[in-house]
Ligand binder design. Structure first.
Ligand code: RB5
Length: 145
């Protein structure tokens, strides 16, 4: 699996935490930035990550900003992206099993690095269940055409 990861200034610490996690898990990743603590604009990181996922360049994307909301709104504008804003372990598992979410968004001003790490681990490890869920996900795909 290859993952593209990005954050704005509000999410850079959790981004580093998740990069550390992916290194430990042996997951290949590309960091699209940001690298700094000065103020930047979240769509400049959400859209490149989402486009890499939509084009198949990477399998999944992870985005972090202050709330995760801006990142998820921007990422979900890209056709083929199903970005889930997640701040609990139940949703991390359920959104993979039911929605086949291919981008995960989190907010660093909402949760700490420990929970973010656990959420990302569960999200990265959980498989899509397909079955009855595929009918629902395919309705989203049809709408996008
Ligand atoms: C930046 O101040 C903040 O607006 C951003 O990180 C994010 O929370 C937007 O949704």
């Amino acid at each position: 699996m290859k993952v593209a990861i990005g954050s704005d200034h509000g999410g850079v610490n959790i981004k580093e935490e998740i990069k550390q996690l992916m290194t430990e898990m042996g997951i290949e990743f590309e960091d699209v930035g940001c690298d700094c603590t000065e103020s930047v604009d979240y769509p400049d990181y959400a859209l490149p990550v989402a486009e890499q996922v939509a084009s198949g360049q990477v399998d999944r994307g992870i985005l972090v900003c202050g709330t995760g909301i801006g990142m998820s709104i921007a990422a979900n504008k890209v056709k083929g992206v199903r970005c889930a804003l997640v701040h609990d372990l139940f949703s991390a598992k359920a959104t993979r099993e039911h929605n086949d979410s291919n981008v995960l968004a989190m907010g660093e001003r909402v949760i700490g690095p420990g929970l973010a790490r656990e959420i990302a681990k569960v999200w990265l490890e959980t498989e899509y269940e397909g079955g009855r869920h595929e009918r629902r996900v395919s309705k989203i795909r049809e709408y996008e055409k």
